[in-house]
Design a protein. Structure first.
Length: 335
């Protein structure tokens, strides 16, 4: 069964999704929209897809089954409303917005229309994360403690440097790590955080934090700590784990996830160690689950719904509130 797809956005992540869609039977990219006309033409050519500068025009003129919204956090809102009126399914890159209020409004559009929505927290589909979730679901072996970090060089897009547009690193990048913790250990009820700036004055237009530390308490009573940073500049080594890692602990297991691929190692005793192979193309696995849901009407294979992603955004937004408005005072996570 063919699924007609419209792509909104032309950033680097769009290339990853397009490469993934090439491997999926029935996936047909028929239109691509974006403000960078040259880039739109470049991405559309292999698919012989029609090109648009305005996404709303694409949605109104094309008979699409689904839309992929692959845009920066601050550009969400009106597009989701339009998608809820024109297509059956929507895949949205994380984070769903830099504004919790905007995201809640969008959720209302989708719920009213009955739209099938997948949010691109692709790491939920990884075997390493699935292993952690399964182990922590065993009676008496729930997750107790997590420690995660994301300290990498600053992404080049200018919008990323603006706190108003990106929401900062904890909302825009470290969201992956917090989301894995939520997926494997349950919901978060309270966070406290500190942030710092001023160490990179040479970066023009930068209003995001240089670093942030966050503590979290889960509904279960489990705890987590996170540290983020975007201060290394180009040319500096980011270490053997690529500057990204997460350690998850229960009574019986230590699970280490490292690097952008979250390669997994499970320690179950002094001599019991299991390495979990990583996936060749995690975007293909995620995107196929979404397209299958649209084709069949069964969304049980989608591991990250819009409503669930709201909870991740609520937790990262609460961390920003604690760091910037409350001077480290704990903030309850409400959703």
């Amino acid at each position: 069964m063919s699924v007609k797809i419209g792509i909104i956005g032309t950033g680097w992540v769009t290339e990853l999704h397009l490469a993934a869609l090439k491997t999926i039977d029935g996936a047909e990219v028929v239109a691509i929209a974006g403000r960078n006309e040259g880039r739109v033409v470049e991405l559309a050519e292999p698919w012989k897809a029609r090109t648009y500068k305005a996404p709303l025009e694409m949605l109104s003129k094309e008979s699409l089954d689904v839309a992929f919204i692959l845009l920066p956090p601050h550009l969400h809102g009106e597009l989701e409303r339009a998608c809820s009126e024109h297509v059956k399914g929507v895949l949205i890159e994380k984070p769903i917005s830099q504004s919790l209020d905007t995201a809640q409004e969008i959720n209302g559009y989708f719920e009213k229309a009955g739209t099938i929505v997948s949010v691109a927290y692709q790491n939920r589909y990884r075997q390493s994360v699935q292993t952690a979730r399964k182990l922590f679901s065993e009676e008496g072996n729930q997750g107790i403690l997590a420690n995660g970090w994301w300290t990498t060089q600053m992404p080049p897009p200018l919008w990323w440097r603006s706190f108003e547009q990106s929401g900062g690193q904890f909302i825009e990048q470290c969201t992956h790590i917090l989301d894995i913790c939520r997926y494997t250990m349950g919901d978060i009820e309270e966070v406290s955080a500190y942030a710092t700036q001023g160490f990179m004055p040479e970066v023009e237009g930068k209003t995001v934090d240089d670093s942030m530390v966050v503590n979290a308490r889960f509904v279960s009573g489990a705890l987590a700590s996170f540290s983020t940073g975007c201060f290394p500049l180009g040319g500096h080594s980011e270490g053997p784990d690529g500057g990204i890692g997460l350690h998850l602990s229960s009574r019986n297991h230590r699970i280490y996830l490292t690097g952008w691929h979250f390669n997994g190692t499970v320690y179950s005793g002094d001599d019991d160690t299991e390495s979990i192979p990583r996936e060749e193309n995690i975007f293909a696995i995620q995107d196929k689950a979404f397209l299958d849901a649209v084709a069949t009407g069964d969304n049980s294979g989608i591991l990250s719904s819009y409503g669930d992603s709201l909870k991740t955004l609520a937790a990262t937004s609460a961390a920003n509130e604690s760091a910037h408005n409350k001077n480290g005072t704990p903030v309850k996570v409400f959703i």
